[in-house]
Design a protein around this ligand. Sequence first.
Ligand SMILES: Cc1ncc(COP(=O)(O)O)c(C=O)c1O
Length: 494
Amino acid sequence: MAESRVNYAERIGSDLHLELSGPGSKRAALIGALREAVRSGRLAPGTRLPPYRSLAADLGVARNTVADAYAELVAEGWLTARQGSGTHVAERARPLHTAVPPKAPAQPPRARAPRLGRAAGHDLRQGTPDASSFPRSAWLASYRRALHQAPNEVFGPGDPAGRPELRAALAVYLARARGVRTEPNRIVICSGFAHALRLLFESGSGSGSGGGGDGPILRGPLAVEAYGLPFHRELLAAEGVRTVPLSLDEHGARVDRLARERAVLLTPAHQFPTGGPLHAERRAAVVDWARARGAVVLEDDYDGEFRYDRKPVGALQSLDPERVILIGSVSKSLSPAVRLGWMVLPERYVGGVLAAKGEREAWASVLDQLALADLIVSGAYDRHVRRMRQRYRGRRDRLVAALAERAPHIEVSGVAAGLHAVLRLPPGTERSAVQAAVRQGVALDGLAEFRHPDTDMPAHDGLVVGYATPSEHAYAAALEALCGALPPGRTQAT
Ligand SMILES: Cc1ncc(COP(=O)(O)O)c(C=O)c1O
């Protein structure tokens, strides 16, 4: 029993973002990538590396390749290995850090009515993770530990930057799992992506371009992807920010069309909702644009943890931490009910964001912050994410298999990552397909729901199918109902 638990923990491992490139052997590429991660400080001294087996499985290389690479780096002094306690980044491999002294600290707008209310037995709307899989025991254990260990000052007013424990844990986690380059005093805790957008764009409470006056921290016009979350566009419009749609093609957003905007909001790891990653050349191009224009890129890293293929897509932020603001939250990885997120900021915006938050933490519960810090540091967050990745991958595979059997004429896209897929439909059929789904008791959205009203890119008909929300036992019936609602292929038509 104890043995099998150990094996499971070994297999489940932890996440480590590494890109193996170059013409040489996989072993050489892995050694190079690990060495670089340690040298640059992305992997902090003391960080425990994933077990051979789990990293090998993640990267699609042989177990021995990982073992050899670790051994080589132990010999070089970058790593240390001790029998029984795994492989760690050596303490002496400490990188140089530029400390960023945080500057002095200085209404929630209307809430949108929940998009519920459709009489549907099967919820295949995108947006929420599997609620039945919330790691209740692990969260409880972390909360208990956090409460026991918390000094009394925790129960006073909270620091708007967020608890140092959480910022430190996130700096290490985001560097390891998402390739982010940062340090704790450039991270500001917030209640999620929507809150971060408000903080950055709300008029009247910022410090003006990170400087130190009135007005918002960032101003429009803001370029956004032509398909995106309407809630975010509405939130920006409520702040008086004009959004300018960027067309999408098979490589993601057409960043070559960026012009006089002051900022751009992208979902580079997994375009929301159409699915693909932003092409490497465009990642570089958008950062070049931001540098040339003195503009800023907002990276919405909403589901970056959930990639199912072996092509890692790290954070765009790593290309230029002074030009990219990365925003993430636990809304997909744990639950949108937790309301915890983070902003990884260029130095010049830290003071302005703290000023916008006010003198005391007013949104993100300090106790929840401590619990999340414990969840991350104890490894339970990694284990949960990896377990859920396996589960969602299984659901994705079942969706693809059901469609291949029951509706082979329907193309599925955007399935390499995330918690939803897009079913491409023949032109002009989307609305009737959504209605047919409703008749089958299936709640889902058509692509048109996400389209920017001002875009001139050709419309694509499609259904956005969230496969995370139904609980495990309800999923098969949901798939059955979905397939029953899809328009017939030509050969099936009468
Ligand atoms: C595109 C996109 N961005 C961000 C988020 C996260 O939003 P929040 O952190 O405000 O819950 C979501 C939903 O989870 C989303 O679909």
